[in-house]
Design a protein around this ligand. Sequence first.
Ligand code: FAD
Ligand code: DHB
Length: 400
Amino acid sequence: MRTQVGIVGAGPAGLLLSHLLALRGIDSVVVEVRSRAYCEARQRAGVLEDGSVRLLREAGLAGRLDRQGLEHGGIYLQFAGERHHIDFRALTGGRTVTVFAQTEVVRDLIAQRLAAGGAVHFDASDTEVGHLTSDRPVLRFTDAAGARHEVACDAIAGCDGFHGICRPAIPADLLTVRQRGYPYAWLGILADVPPSTDELIYAHHRNGFALHSLRGPTISRLYLQVDPDEPIENWPDDRIWDELQCRFELPGSGWALKQGPVLDKGITPMRSFVSAPMRYGRLFLAGDAAHIVPPTGAKGLNLAMADVAVLAPALDALLRGDSRLADAYSATCLNRVWRSTHFSWWMTTMLHRTPGADDMAAELQLSQLRYVVSSRAAATSLAENYTGYPALPAGAGPAR
Ligand code: FAD
Ligand code: DHB
């Protein structure tokens, strides 16, 4: 087999890259270890920055997003029994975010790639990459029927997430890894009940953090801070709802959290991780393969999309003999990656209860929260980062 760009992973990064390359007339082969059904059902992120929405729209991928996505002009921050609104539109000159699930983005991308005749090999196994420092790297895999393939490529994109094979294919002594673990995890549920809020609520409570998000007019998405090694069996549905009721409670306000059947339940560990550089020879890493942020602030999916918006034009130029954008790829992406890494760390540490933290730490957290909701400068900083900084420029991904 022969292709121009071999892509490992059919998550948002790999699929969107394949599409952006196709818009530039560049051929790719996508290899994915999981089944199509698994990729389409995996519950993950739900918030798109305005730049990500524009990128999808410019790439002709926003049909359902424009019909079903819910534009939000702010968030609520709740602490000490009070709920405050952060108005993104007013603070950033009209910028917003859109609630549209990653599962839906992935579903639309898969449908688009397959309808366009794109090569996407689901249920692949034993994926390998090689000859990465030559100008003819290879991608090897065994397809769902058991046939082994070797694909000769001009470049390979490692879009295979945190546990993939591409980052480990780079000699360890060439990589600088920065990482931080957090002493808590998120228990997330999808519930068959209309959201109890018009915009997301991020709640800081002495029992721990809670987040009220949504997936549409009839489905709620809720998260609770839990201990990182707590088995999910310790959290029957009744206990989850009791704890959510407690952490979102607003006495005297008349507000109530609506409950409904739990459709999906899972625990997500939290870490910050950045591996640099994001390129080795003709291997380019994008998305979670190169960096992970804790979910507070909803940056992971947006970073993956921003990476491939930079990578598509860089590969286009590289394949035409101009390596300047490819040479700048890692540094260009890492600028945004570190901004989002800092923002996610800041949101996480401001909003969660740190086990064993003393009263001094608790007062400092409350002071930071009071400052964010009372100072226009502080609120603007949150709003600017939440909606995406630096703002993704128009025309970022697709060829003009
Ligand atoms: P992925 O979506 O991980 O895609 C990588 C793909 O590569 C996967 O389909 C994988 O199966 C495939 N793959 C792996 N190894 C191989 C191999 N050897 N061969 C072939 N294919 C391979 N972000 C938020 O903003 N908010 C959230 O609430 C949120 N929740 C999350 C919950 C979980 C459990 C996880 C893991 C992540 C969450 N994230 C969240 C982060 C966000 O979903 C990711 O940042 C985003 O999926 C990154 O996209 P990606 O394409 O880089 O990687
Ligand atoms: C969602 C996830 C997040 O991490 C976040 O900060 C906001 C929303 C979500 O899954 O909807």
